[in-house]
Design a protein around this ligand. Structure first.
Ligand code: IPE
Ligand code: IPE
Ligand code: MG
Length: 250
């Protein structure tokens, strides 16, 4: 993992009482980054892993307890076969080779998405990585893989309607919390800050339910160029923004 860490001076700019509990990253622009360098798209995805490690280092130093990173959406299956299989290989390598480093750093690794649709061997590797790091508490790294926000909502609705059908609950007693508790992100709190790189300004079906009140920061740089300074800048921006939740700013 890269050694460069945010300087103590950088960290002292942060308000320690307003560190977000959960930050989400839409790691976008790997393909464009590679194309600009006349390289295959997979070259950009590989560089993207290095950028994620920088983001992890920053999250550890800034005491952010939960970091989500979107690595593969259900829509990404529509990409050329070679790119899809390359992305699967990158996840496998990361979970097999980088896991020691993650473990040493106290990272609890979670992979969230529709995992049953993945190759059985990859599912086993995910299970092993989660099992190995499950007692770590410095940072929970949530890798969203084969994730789809709407599909997650549909599943939550299906689970709740089953409960209505069986008489376990009444439809009129369904609450927001019950919906949250039936999504793939049930055990995690909602992200307070979301960062998307590459200048694209949209959620692309990422955690729409969970991001209702999330501060969205869009960065022009492509993901492989994302640095700890960029993360720091987004965090400072977050700390300067009043979060009103519909109320009048104090
Ligand atoms: C984000 O980079 C990573 C994945 C979606 C897997 P892209 O691959 O979307 O890169 P661009 O947006 O085409 O440049
Ligand atoms: C979102 O990026 C998915 C990931 C970062 C994994 P995309 O590049 O797939 O999203 P669109 O196609 O620009 O909406
Ligand atoms: Mg993209």
């Amino acid at each position: 993992m890269p050694k460069a860490l945010p300087s103590p001076q950088m960290l002292s700019e942060l308000n320690p009482d307003a560190i977000p509990r959960h930050v989400a990253l839409i790691m976008d622009g790997n393909g464009r980054w590679a194309s600009e360098r006349h390289q295959p798209r997979l070259f950009g995805h590989k560089k993207g892993v290095e950028a994620l490690k920088k983001a992890i280092n920053y999250a550890l130093k800034a005491n952010i307890p939960f970091l989500s990173a979107w690595a593969f959406s259900t829509a990404n299956w529509k990409r050329p076969k070679s790119e899809v299989s390359g992305l699967m290989t990158i996840l496998r390598h990361t979970l097999e080779k980088d896991i020691d480093e993650f473990h040493e750093k106290g990272i609890c690794l979670r992979v969230i998405g529709f995992l049953n649709d993945l190759d059985k061997n990859l599912q086993k590797i995910i299970q092993n990585a989660q099992e190995r790091t499950k007692n770590n508490s410095a940072l929970t790294l949530i890798i969203h893989f084969n994730y789809d926000g709407r599909k997650d909502m549909v599943q939550a609705v299906q689970k709740l309607s089953e409960k209505v059908k069986s008489g376990e609950i009444l439809s009129e007693s369904i609450t927001e919390d019950m919906i949250s508790q039936n999504t793939l992100m049930a055990e995690f709190t909602d992200p307070e800050l979301l960062i998307r790189t590459s200048g694209v300004v949209r959620l692309s079906n990422y955690m729409m339910w969970q991001c209702a009140f999330t501060e969205l920061v869009f960065i022009e740089k492509n993901w492989p160029d994302f640095t700890e300074e960029d993360f720091h800048g987004a965090l400072l921006k977050f700390q300067k923004t009043a979060r009103n939740f519909g109320q009048v700013s104090t």
